[in-house]
Design a protein around this ligand. Structure first.
Ligand code: HEC
Length: 145
C-alpha cells in the first residue's frame, strides 16, 4: 500500500524536521494540546470526528476503531487508564495484532530524543510522553458520544 505509507512517512518526516529544528512546543497536558495531537497524528485514519472515517481508512485492511464509542460501550464509563494503555501500545499488545495502528508511546519517546532530550534524561522523556498521551486522553474523553 504505497499511498498509505507515503502519507504516513510524509507526516512523520515533517514532525521529525520540526523536532530536530527545535521548533517543537513545550508539552503539557491540556485539551488544546490533545486536539492538536489528534489532528496531527490520529485524524488521517480515525477521522477528525474520531469515528474511523479518516482519508486513509479505506486503504487499510483493518478499519480504525470508533474512538467516540468507549464510554457508550462501557455503560457510560470512560476508562482513562485503559484507553491510555491502548494508545501507548508499549505495554499492551494490540488487541487484534495488526501493524496498522502505530505504537504511539514508542513514537513520542523517539520524538523526545530527536527533539534534544538525552537518553539518560529518562524522567524528562517519560514526562513528555505522558503529557502527550494524557492530552490525547482528555481530548478523546471530550468527544465521547
Ligand atoms: C495509520 C492509521 C492509524 C493512525 C494514524 C492511528 N490509528 Fe488508531 N487504529 C488504527 C487501526 C487500523 C486500528 C484497529 C486496531 C487493530 O486492529 O490493529 C486502530 C485502533 C486504535 C485503538 C484501539 C487499540 C486497541 O488496542 O484495541 C485506539 C485506542 C486508537 N487506535 C487510538 C489512536 C490514536 C489516539 C491515534 C493518534 C495518536 C491513532 N489511533 C492513530 C489505525 C490508526
Amino acid at each position: 500500500m504505497p499511498k498509505v505509507t507515503t502519507i504516513i512517512t510524509a507526516g512523520l518526516a515533517a514532525a521529525f524536521a520540526v523536532s530536530v529544528l527545535g521548533l517543537s512546543p513545550a508539552f503539557s497536558s491540556s485539551l488544546d494540546q490533545g486536539k492538536k495531537e489528534f489532528t496531527t497524528y490520529c485524524a488521517s485514519c480515525h477521522g477528525l470526528s474520531g469515528t474511523g472515517d479518516g482519508p486513509v481508512a479505506p486503504e487499510l485492511n483493518k478499519k480504525p476503531i470508533d474512538l467516540t464509542a468507549f464510554a457508550d460501550k462501557a455503560g457510560g464509563v470512560f476508562s482513562r487508564d485503559k484507553v491510555k494503555k491502548m494508545i501507548d501500545g508499549r505495554e499492551m499488545p494490540r488487541a487484534h495484532g495488526t501493524p496498522q495502528m502505530p505504537v504511539w508511546g514508542q513514537w513520542f519517546s523517539y520524538q523526545a530524543t530527536a527533539g534534544g532530550l538525552l537518553q539518560e534524561d529518562r524522567q524528562a522523556i517519560i514526562k513528555e510522553v505522558n503529557d502527550r498521551l494524557d492530552s490525547l486522553i482528555i481530548y478523546i474523553e471530550s468527544i465521547q458520544k
